[in-house]
Design a binder for this molecule. Structure first.
Ligand SMILES: [Zn+2]
Length: 130
């Protein structure tokens, strides 16, 4: 049975991903597991279902039961409260990804500077040899 890697860190992102799709259309457990797998999140039903239930309890998702033969499928959709939470999270996410990408650019710039300083070092060594 697989569970979510770095659960504490990524659980929030997974919840937002769930909310994003549940705001667009009704979702059910297995569909969400497949969708998350497509994005690199390996979640077992034992991890996803308690997440869905908790999000329903907290008012982010509403659930309706659809009978399909002998089984009952639970279909989840985002509530207004869930949509409001998602809208706020998107603003925060944009901020974070903007900052995170900027940090990456700085790192790249530092790397680009490095050969220059090594070049200076080589030049000063050459000067000593002379
Ligand atoms: Zn998705």
């Amino acid at each position: 049975m697989s569970s979510l890697e770095h659960h504490d860190l990524l659980a929030g992102l997974v919840r937002l991903h769930i909310l994003h799709h549940a705001a667009e259309h009704e979702i059910y457990g297995q569909w969400m597991i497949d969708e998350l797998a497509r994005h690199g999140y390996k979640l077992s039903p034992g991890t996803l279902y308690p997440m869905l239930h908790a999000m329903e309890r907290r008012g982010y998702l509403s659930c309706r039961r659809l009978r399909e033969g002998r089984t009952v499928r639970k279909l989840y959709s985002a509530t207004d409260f869930g949509k409001a939470g998602l809208a706020l999270a998107k603003i925060r996410l944009r901020e974070l990804s903007g900052e995170a990408m900027k940090a990456k650019t700085k790192k790249t710039q530092l790397k680009e500077k490095a050969p220059g300083s090594r070049g200076e070092l080589a030049a000063s060594r050459a000067a000593v040899k002379r």
